[in-house]
Design a protein around this ligand. Structure first.
Ligand SMILES: *Cc1c(COP(=O)(O)O)cnc(C)c1O
Length: 360
């Protein structure tokens, strides 16, 4: 069976090498005579899998010792509630930036726990940019600041993190984690659903400063308390064992490729190839201001809905799948996460050029 180039926003493509490794270990993992899915999470073999996944991730992101790495369930969407539950402790107030649908969902959930001060929004121009943020906006009378680093649906990203003073910065990095270098110490908490840039759906990554874990109230539900998971090495209950195993294979793969620094270089090249074509095309147009363009999600339009549809259908026939834009914005979107090979982007650009020549 021939593989396609899958531009899905999530769940998204995985590195072929990782899939092949999992296939090789499918019937019997490392001489155990069983699949990882069939293994007790309390076994020595599984402990090794989760420990290695954690330490490889620490290495990849250079995570300081005063941060916990947690493998949780419930998706990034669960973090929309877990973050305020654990972190909205003193002022019962959060500063938030509204840069799209996922920001809005995080804001709506935080409102259930306290006051949300929306310091800036890009909704006036359908979230096609990142609003300018000034240090004065982040008054110290809040528990933390929430941002969405990469906006999966609209294709925008922050180029610099806002100056939030001494407040903990919390970021939803679901669609950009491991795609470019970050300084973890700039953040109080980072969370990411796995199904975009890490591995299969089912596991959610949380990187959180230990003092924030400690400061959380004790009377919140056990499973929703970071401390529960920090103290039990993400094994308070049965973790999503297979998803963590797959994430671990992806971490190993990234290390082999040269780590996050190398991924960033490749991602910049891939994105540049696509944006350059879009900026020179008479038919296709990128929807985001150049300054704020995502390296991971690239939305574009022809301006003609029928032509968009035709493009998506013909691309699919050519083995370039899942290029339809999010239902809320229309047009097209190519998600080019770490696992999308450069050859996939090259094929897409070649196909677009051909389509343009045939349809204008
Ligand atoms: C996909 C996505 C989510 C939702 O993730 P779930 O794991 O489905 O809850 C949240 N935030 C961002 C930025 C996303 O891309």
């Amino acid at each position: 069976m021939e593989r396609v180039y899958n531009f899905s926003a999530g769940p998204a493509c995985l590195p072929l090498e990782v899939l092949e490794k999992a296939q090789k270990e499918f019937i019997s993992y490392d001489g155990t005579g069983m699949n990882v899915m069939e293994m007790s999470h309390r076994s020595k073999e599984y402990q090794d899998i989760i420990d290695t996944a954690g330490s490889d991730l620490r290495e990849l992101l250079n995570i300081p010792d005063n941060y916990d790495v947690l493998f949780l369930q419930g998706g990034a969407s669960m973090q929309f509630a877990m973050v305020p539950l654990n972190l909205m402790t003193k002022y019962k107030k959060v500063h938030a930036v509204n840069t799209g649908m996922w920001s809005k969902k995080a804001i709506a959930e935080a409102k259930k726990f306290g006051e949300v001060n929306i310091v800036a929004s890009s909704e006036d121009k359908t979230f096609s940019y990142i609003p300018e943020l000034k240090a004065e906006m982040f008054t110290p009378d809040a528990d933390y600041v929430h941002i969405t680093s990469n906006n999966t649906i609209y294709g925008t990203k922050y180029n610099a993190i806002p100056d939030v003073g001494s407040l903990p910065l919390v970021s939803d990095m679901s669609s950009c984690i491991l795609s470019e270098e970050i300084n973890v110490a700039d953040y109080g908490l980072i969370y990411a659903g796995a199904q975009k840039n890490i591995g299969p759906a089912g596991v959610t990554l949380v990187i959180v400063r230990k003092d924030l874990v400690e400061a959380a109230p004790e009377d919140i539900p056990t499973m929703l308390r970071y401390k529960t998971h920090a103290e039990s090495g993400s094994m308070f209950n049965t973790p999503p064992t297979y998803a963590i195993y797959m994430a671990g294979l992806v971490f190993k793969h990234l290390k082999k490729l040269g780590g996050v620094q190398q991924m960033e270089k490749i991602n910049r090249e891939k994105a540049a190839m696509l944006y350059e074509f879009l900026d020179n095309s008479a038919m296709f147009k990128a929807t985001v201001e150049p300054k704020y363009r995502s390296l991971m999600n690239v939305p574009f339009v022809t301006g003609d809905e029928e032509l968009d549809k035709k493009f998506v259908a013909e691309a699919k026939k050519a083995g370039l799948v899942n290029l339809k834009g999010h239902r809320s914005v229309g047009g097209m979107r190519a998600s080019i996460y770490n696992a999308m090979p450069e050859e996939g982007v090259r094929s897409l650009v070649a196909f677009m050029a051909e389509f343009e020549a045939h349809n204008s």
